[in-house]
Design a protein around this ligand. Structure first.
Ligand code: BG6
Ligand code: MG
Length: 213
């Protein structure tokens, strides 16, 4: 019986997945490192430094740890500029209907995101007071596919993992949810993931209220 729903943020509730791509692309172009949307798919749900490690697989020269930290900081500065333009209009279709339907049924809701920018994004889109708990990249050591962020969200909600459904657009996030003993709804890029408990093209097409009844 599902008592709680834990939402990933980037690419599930808000369009920031494209902002991540554009910020990494700008940094990679400056460094002459090949980077495209297919490599970007591997970065979904993955922490900033782990994402950089994936991008650097295509680099033709080695980088020192200090240079890597500088590249990650530069990408984040580009990204923070982009998310500074977010408004509630950037909430993805169907997201608010689902959030409101769950609240009306007394289902607890949380955010489970690898992003350290979660608080600023929630504020920009006007959802900083909406969730019963927020677990994000600032509070965890291991990013998805490790289940740490979802287990933290469940603990903050006071729910057992088996009572939780995770909504994810990343294959790494689907794996994290299942490894944490939770059910998973795959949307967007994870809508074809055969491991997901449920699948839907996007939140507008998902009948989450039926899944949790
Ligand atoms: C995840 C994104 O939500 O957050 C990843 O899907 C991103 O692409 C990760 O790398 C970390 O984000 P941030 O904002 O801490 O750099
Ligand atoms: Mg995501």
């Amino acid at each position: 019986m599902i008592q709680a729903v834990i939402f990933d943020l980037d690419g599930v509730l808000v369009t920031t997945d494209d902002c991540h791509y554009r910020a990494w692309k700008r940094m990679a172009d400056e460094e002459h490192i090949p980077f495209d949307r297919s490599i970007n798919e591997r970065l979904r749900g993955v922490s900033r430094m782990d994402s950089l490690a994936i991008i650097l697989e295509k680099a033709t020269k080695p980088y020192t740890e200090a240079e890597k930290a500088g590249m990650a900081a530069r990408k984040n500065a580009y990204y923070v500029d982009l998310i500074g333009l977010l408004t509630p209009k950037d909430i993805l279709p169907g997201a608010m209907d689902i959030v409101n339907a769950l609240k009306a049924r007394g289902i607890r809701i949380a955010i489970g995101s690898s992003s350290r920018n979660t608080p600023i994004i929630l504020q920009r889109i006007g959802l900083d007071k909406t969730f019963d708990a927020v677990a994000d990249g600032n509070q965890i050591t291991h990013s998805k596919p490790d289940p740490e962020v979802f287990l933290l969200a469940a603990r903050l909600l006071g729910c057992e993992p088996a009572e939780c459904l995770v909504v994810e657009d990343a294959d790494a996030g689907i794996e994290a949810a299942l490894r944490g003993g939770m059910k998973a709804l795959g949307v967007g890029s994870a809508s074809k993931n055969p491991l997901a408990t449920y699948r839907a093209e996007n939140l507008a097409a998902a009948n989450l209220a039926e899944i949790v009844q």
